[in-house]
Design a protein around this ligand. Structure first.
Ligand code: AMP
Ligand code: ZN
Length: 432
């Protein structure tokens, strides 16, 4: 049943012993990099003296700004000729951060992705269509190698070109896809447009959806539209990319692979560690990285550790669905809102289509929130009266949840601009 049963179900004490050994050697390796070499010296941190897992909290934190300040080679713990691969983050603000891998790093990463895919049921004989951008973004090559390791037939379709994606799926009987959730919803509208039903006209069984925040309701919609199981896949380039945390068939959180990473949740303001169950910022440390070890990386992603053991028997702890990033939080009229809260409400309402965008404007001294939402075809072509009722319903639903009365603008299905990568959910025109 398991890809790596012994590791995945390792009793906690043994798992923690593995972590400690790996962390000790990671600290020694990290000390060789220009960045940690000088940080350790400055903070008086001696890696040779580190001897207890609970002392992790005393290791200096690392931020995206640190990675930028040491761009491009300041985090390297090996000589450049040991490196075989470079990737980068997809951030839209500031300089993208780059991550370098040795051959062993790529191989360990591949193992993790294979472990995740196998956990969700992918086997040799499956046909895997990877609809992520290939290139610097990790979602393309990361999944590609993992699927090949399992022995699946990989179709490196890349992102976009929806009609061709559907054609490939049908011609080669694709059983597994990897897709950005917003694109999965959009692709369904293209199926409708060409008069096909993915439930009947494809052999799809499993989708891996990730790379951007999405609500449980969005997952359910994807599962219903395609007649498949959709598994949440979480990762970030600084921790390899995909393969960091994945849902098992129980779908009660994402197992985060603790033989490869130390996981902490901290209070983003006080930087103090939080107990399991409490929501805060996810902080991660690589345990096997050779090329570029990263210690206590502040992911900016908000989540919590799901307390207790998972029914599947795996002992690695689970994180909850990501609520958003600390830097995604919108402050509108003094109220803190995450875009995912808007999505959650929208996707609950029948008649709302598959795409939306939040636009923020300043009128005089007032913040105005405009939610543009695509409407399902039947609604859009139907009675104006129904459209108005839908609009009212959305305003009421959002008002009761986020305490702000938005303007709601209903638009035709497929009319909002689409991106090939992560969806743009917020346009903030309030900044000068
Ligand atoms: P990148 O390093 O450019 O691939 O971006 C990684 C970031 O994408 C993460 O830090 C998260 O903010 C976001 N992300 C990736 N996977 C998910 C997911 N399954 N759910 C929510 N956000 C995600
Ligand atoms: Zn599980």
């Amino acid at each position: 049943m398991y890809w790596e049963k012994d590791i995945e179900t390792l009793p906690r004490e043994k798992l923690e012993a593995v972590q400690l050994e790996r962390l000790k050697s990671t600290l020694q390796r990290a000390a060789k990099s220009a960045h940690y070499g000088s940080v350790f010296k400055e903070k008086g941190f001696d890696p040779a003296k580190f001897n207890a897992l609970h002392d992790v909290r005393h290791i200096p934190l690392t931020t995206k700004e640190d990675l930028r300040a040491s761009w491009p080679y300041g985090f390297l713990a090996v000589s450049k000729d040991e490196l075989v691969r470079m990737h980068s983050s997809t951030g839209t603000t500031g300089r993208a951060t780059v991550i370098f891998h040795t051959a062993n790093d790529v191989s360990e990463w591949t193992n993790l992705v294979a472990r995740c895919m196998y956990m969700a049921g992918v086997r040799k004989g499956d046909v895997f269509q990877n609809m992520m951008t290939y290139g610097l973004f990790t979602g393309g090559l990361g999944f590609h190698y993992g699927a090949e390791k399992i022995g699946a037939l990989v179709i490196p379709a890349g992102a976009g070109n929806s009609k061709r994606q559907i054609q490939l799926m049908r011609d080669f009987e694709t059983t597994v896809i990897h897709i950005i959730p917003s694109y999965a919803l959009h692709l369904y509208t293209v199926f409708e447009e060409v008069g096909l039903d993915p439930k009947k006209d494809t052999k799809l069984k499993i989708a891996f959806v990730g790379a951007e925040p999405h609500s449980e309701k969005t997952r359910k919609r994807i599962e219903e539209f395609y007649g498949i199981k959709a598994y949440n896949s979480y990762g970030l380039s600084e921790m390899n990319g995909p393969g960091v945390a994945f849902e098992c068939p129980c779908q009660t959180g994402l197992h985060i692979w603790e033989d490869n990473f130390i996981v902490e949740i901290i209070n983003p303001d006080t930087l103090e560690p939080l107990p399991d169950g409490e929501e805060g910022e996810l902080v991660m440390t690589t345990l096997l990285r050779e090329g570029m070890p990263i210690l206590r990386y502040r992911t900016k992603d908000l989540t919590r550790i799901v307390p207790g053991a998972c029914e599947c028997g795996r002992t690695h702890r689970r994180i909850d669905r990501i609520k958003g990033r600390t830097d995604d939080m919108l402050i509108i009229k003094g109220v803190n809102i995450f875009p995912i809260q808007v999505e959650k409400k929208l996707m609950e309402i029948p008649g709302v289509g598959t795409d939306y965008v939040i636009i923020l404007e300043r009128e005089g001294f007032n913040d105005v929130m405009i939610v543009k939402a695509e409407v399902q075809k039947e609604f859009f072509d139907g009675d104006l009266f129904h459209l108005e009722a839908l609009q009212k319903r959305i305003v009421e639903a959002l008002k009761s949840d986020i305490l702000i009365t938005p303007k709601v603008d209903l638009v035709a299905p497929g009319s909002l601009p689409k991106t090939e990568g992560k969806a743009v959910r917020v346009i903030d025109n309030r900044k000068e």
